[in-house]
Design a protein around this ligand. Structure first.
Ligand code: SF4
Ligand code: FES
Length: 256
């Protein structure tokens, strides 16, 4: 396969960036998208040119390191797929592809397709954990969890923190990510003692970072490689409302 690639090249956050055109004539349809870039980089290095910088680690869709825009779609055209799991057989010979980094104020460009997602780490550090020492692993079924909650919690815990939701949102909101991280703990018994202080702290940290507000557009859900559902945002908002009302001493909505 032959492809024409237009790749965003930017030396650092303080340099101006531009799209650079590359003709890639040795694309194997069985390659993953990142392997295709590896081959391009080998060719660039052989010519004495700077390789394209992109983030990656597991290349199995589980670590959340990879991700960039392919023709304006976060992680590319295949639904529920990270860019490391996207294979070249989904493209056609002669395709023209535009590769750009996540575009969001809260994710400044580090180099080429690499952005700084440490704002996500700070949201987790603000409260996305359980502070009690839980000791060694419990025997199975010692702590009973309703099946529906276990399933919903597991679905939310699938979030890999890639940032595609932020990059796709016209507001640059981090609501799907934060809602997923809040939901997977809010649905389990272990998450209950700090449930409302956790949501207060994490939402406060989201406001501290340069993320926008959620206006329920839903683009985040459409591009999420782990198919996290918008309902995690509803759960976060309900818990946040309850935290605010409880702080004020008002009657709070029911838990759910
Ligand atoms: S919610 Fe989805 S798109 Fe957003 S960070 Fe998590 S896995 Fe990535
Ligand atoms: S490299 Fe780990 S999810 Fe893509």
């Amino acid at each position: 396969m032959k492809l024409t690639l237009h790749v965003w090249r930017q030396k650092s956050g303080s340099h101006a960036g531009r799209l650079e055109r590359y003709q890639h004539n040795s694309v194997n349809p069985h390659m993953s998208f990142l392997e295709m870039l590896d081959v391009l980089n080998e060719e660039l290095i052989a010519k004495g040119q700077e390789p394209v910088a992109f983030d990656h680690d597991c290349r199995e869709g589980i670590c959340g390191s990879c991700g960039f825009m392919i023709n304006g779609i976060a992680h590319g055209p295949q639904r529920g797929t990270t860019v490391c799991q996207l294979h070249m057989r989904h493209f056609k010979d002669g395709d023209e592809l535009y590769l750009e980094p996540w575009r969001a104020k809260a994710f400044p460009v580090v180099k080429d397709l690499v952005v700084d997602r440490s704002a996500f780490d700070r949201i987790i550090t603000s409260g996305g954990f359980i502070s009690a020492n839980t000791g060694s692993a419990q025997d199975g079924n010692t702590l009973l969890v309703p099946k529906q909650n276990a399933d919903l919690s597991m679905d939310a815990a699938a979030c890999i923190g890639c940032g595609a939701c932020v990059a796709s949102c016209p507001n640059g909101a981090a609501a799907l990510f934060t809602g997923a991280k809040i939901s997977h703990l809010a649905l389990l018994p272990q998450g209950q003692p700090e449930r409302y202080s956790r949501v207060s702290k994490m939402v406060a940290q989201v406001k501290e970072e340069l993320f926008g507000s959620c206006t329920n557009i839903g683009e985040c859900e459409a591009v999420c490689p782990k198919e996290i559902k918008l309902e995690v945002i509803a759960r976060m908002n309900r818990d946040y409302l309850k935290a605010v009302w409880t702080e004020r001493g008002d009657a709070a909505p029911d838990e759910g």
